[in-house]
Design a protein around this ligand. Structure first.
Ligand code: SF4
Ligand code: SF4
Ligand code: SF4
Length: 247
């Protein structure tokens, strides 16, 4: 029997689900190995019997929690799909301002019509078994993670910094070009795509575990930059827990 898989979305742009659809078009072997029973963006069926659930999006209102907990009860394996679900992503930027101000800015005099609370990653509400980082996720990494999960293996998500991939590509460092980059504290796995195309990493894959804070501070000092700047840049995708990255 094929494993039953479901995809669900909370607050997101749905770009990670689109990336899944894109990935599966070129990996028909994987598509044939599972039975997708719930995937609003791709199929009409709404099956409630599944073993693996992929969750896209952040939790941004109290009523999301009951829905997520119900999915967690059903799924043997629950996977955070993309930065919104994994770290809170761009949705958590709103947490940096008073909630009432944000609501009025977005909804004006209709602010009371819409339920909302500070955005959070799904791991703040339920236990998460695996995550696929990035905004959006990487197509090939999605395939590797699903294959690993189906084989009962640990998903192959790198736990070393972006700089490793960047050096292997022989890129000139953004700092040496007078730019800025969060590569030293950001999880590798995207092929250092932003520095490769002359743009600093903004940390969409989230921080590495135990980032070398002293090394980051040394790099910043060498280039006349400050920890405050790192904090302000890290908040694009990691506002929910930015304070844990460089103290
Ligand atoms: S992580 Fe990025 S691409 Fe994925 S749903 Fe969130 S905003 Fe969209
Ligand atoms: S450009 Fe960024 S990722 Fe590349 S080596 Fe420099 S700091 Fe590291
Ligand atoms: S280089 Fe950084 S910002 Fe760019 S895709 Fe990779 S993790 Fe995201």
């Amino acid at each position: 029997m094929k494993p039953k898989v479901a995809f669900f979305d909370f607050t997101s742009c749905e770009g990670c689900q689109l990336t899944v659809v894109d990935s599966l078009q070129t990996h028909l072997d994987l598509l044939n190995a599972v039975e997708i029973v719930n995937f609003r963006e791709a199929i009409s069926e709404r099956g409630e019997d599944y073993a693996v659930a992929f969750i896209e999006g952040s939790i941004t209102r109290a009523s999301d929690e009951a829905r997520l907990k119900k999915i967690r009860e059903q799924a043997a394996v629950l996977v955070a799909l993309g930065a919104c679900a994994h770290t809170g992503g761009v949705n958590a930027i709103k947490n940096l301002s008073p909630l009432d101000d944000v609501r009025k800015y977005v909804y004006g005099d209709k602010a009371d019509w819409y339920e909302t609370y500070p955005a959070r990653p799904i791991s703040a509400v339920v236990p998460v078994d695996a995550f696929i980082p990035g905004c959006p996720i990487d197509r090939e990494e999605f395939i590797r993670v699903v294959k690993a999960l189906l084989m009962g293996k640990k998903p192959p998500i790198p736990d070393y910094p972006m700089c490793v991939e960047c050096k292997l590509k022989e890129n000139v460092c953004m700092f040496d070009k007078g730019g800025f980059c969060l590569g030293p504290v950001t999880r590798a796995g995207c092929g250092a795509i932003c520095p490769t195309y002359n743009d600093g990493c903004e940390g969409c894959r989230g921080p590495i575990p135990n980032p070398n804070q002293d090394a980051m501070k040394d790099v910043l000092q060498k280039h006349g930059l400050t920890v405050d700047l790192v904090m302000s840049r890290m908040t694009m995708f990691n506002a929910f827990d930015a304070s844990q990255i460089v103290k």
